[in-house]
Design a protein around this ligand. Structure first.
Ligand SMILES: *Cc1c(COP(=O)(O)O)cnc(C)c1O
Length: 361
């Protein structure tokens, strides 16, 4: 018996989106970002498509090793570098590149045995004040890294806080340029938003994440307008029906009150599956391909939806929570969050499958 919920992963759409990223990248190489299980899509599903990129970036050493073991022979980057010295040895063994963002990671490389030779992405804090060296310490770290036998090659890197705004990278890009000080080394700065909106920040390696998965990094430009296709479609089915009279309430807290007689459907998907608990009444959903809205509070395992626009809907009717026909960004906006969060939050209990659903779900 299957609980009727399934996330379908469209690998062709992923390939298409990678092609769009490549078109924006021009001559720059594409480092496909696949942290958080490939933004929730599950690494084994996304690897066949992402292996067409010039590199793949993740956070976990285990993920990086698995990608190498899958046969991917190009650059693999650990985006936060090594958390302890002994990881460096593993990174070297699997020919990984590591980000170096603070002095402790430089020290790890200083004391590393000669066999632990890795490529390095030295990270500049250009104003986001999360990871990275400020201009002075960045130049010092670069001078040190250039002397270390454990360092195989160096790429200069930064990350933008505001690349989704028209003037959003000006200050940060100037800081990064100052930190690089004309060094003749490859550079990497652009996330999806910068890749699309700020061509001058392309450098040698661009780092698209969200756009590969078919969601938009911008508040005011849809994925469709960027020619991106959704990769994940989260589907469920109606498992129960209720007919309400005017004044009847729905769900925990009874927050939705029917204004007139109406039919609602109970859908097997809730916050335990990764659906956003804060999605209010009115959040869009598709039933039998028709657009309607959720009503009442999201529960752990269920949501309730208005069947007024779909009088033929019954138990078993197909429901799309996001994906094909309903951009994840629209659902996210209604819930006060981002497509990024909804995709990453897909719960482990939700089965995933490549391609259109084949098993009954
Ligand atoms: C997540 C991440 C990216 C990708 O960002 P998107 O906005 O998803 O394109 C790029 N670089 C770094 C360092 C990241 O952590």
């Amino acid at each position: 018996m299957f609980r009727p919920i399934l996330a379908s992963i469209d690998v062709d759409a992923l390939r298409h989106n990678l092609g769009i990223a490549r078109r924006h990248a021009g001559a720059a190489r594409v480092l496909a970002v696949a942290k958080a299980a490939g933004y929730g899509h599950r690494l084994p599903h996304v690897l066949p498509a992402l292996s067409e990129a010039d590199g793949i970036a993740v956070l976990d050493l285990e993920d990086a090793i698995a990608i190498r073991a899958s046969g991917f022979d190009r650059r693999i980057v650990l985006l936060e570098g090594c958390f302890q010295g002994r990881d460096l040895h593993e990174a070297a063994r699997h020919r990984l590149h590591v980000v170096v963002h603070d002095a402790e990671q430089v020290r790890m490389l200083e004391v590393a045995p000669p066999a632990s030779r890795v490529g390095v992405l030295l990270k500049c804090n250009s104003g986001m004040n999360r990871l990275g060296f400020r201009v002075g310490p960045f130049r010092e770290a670069l001078a040190t890294l250039r002397t270390l036998p454990a360092v195989a090659d160096i790429t200069l890197m930064t990350h933008f806080a505001d690349a989704d705004r028209a003037d959003g990278i000006d200050a940060a890009f100037a800081v990064f340029e100052a930190a690089c000080d004309g060094a003749a080394l490859p550079r990497s700065a652009a996330n999806s938003a910068a890749l699309v909106a700020h061509p001058r920040a392309r450098g040698d390696w661009v780092r698209p994440g969200i756009m590969l998965y078919g969601a938009s990094p911008f508040d005011d430009r849809s994925a469709e307008a960027l020619e991106l296709r959704p990769v994940m479609t989260l589907r469920s089915r109606i498992i129960g029906l209720q007919t309400l009279a005017a004044g009847d309430r729905v769900g925990y807290g009874g927050q939705f009150v029917a204004e007139r007689a109406m039919r609602i459907g109970v859908v097997a998907c809730g916050y335990g599956d990764g659906y956003p608990r804060h999605a209010p009444t009115g959040t869009p959903v598709l039933v039998d391909g028709m657009r309607t809205r959720i009503v009442g509070r999201v529960s752990m395992d269920m949501i309730t939806i208005d069947l007024t626009p779909a009088p033929a809907a019954r138990v078993g009717s197909a429901v799309t929570l996001w994906g094909e026909g309903l951009p994840v960004d629209e659902v996210a906006k209604s819930a006060g969050t981002l497509g990024y969060e909804l995709l990453c939050a897909l719960a482990p209990r939700v089965p995933t499958e490549v391609g259109a659903p084949v098993r009954p779900f």
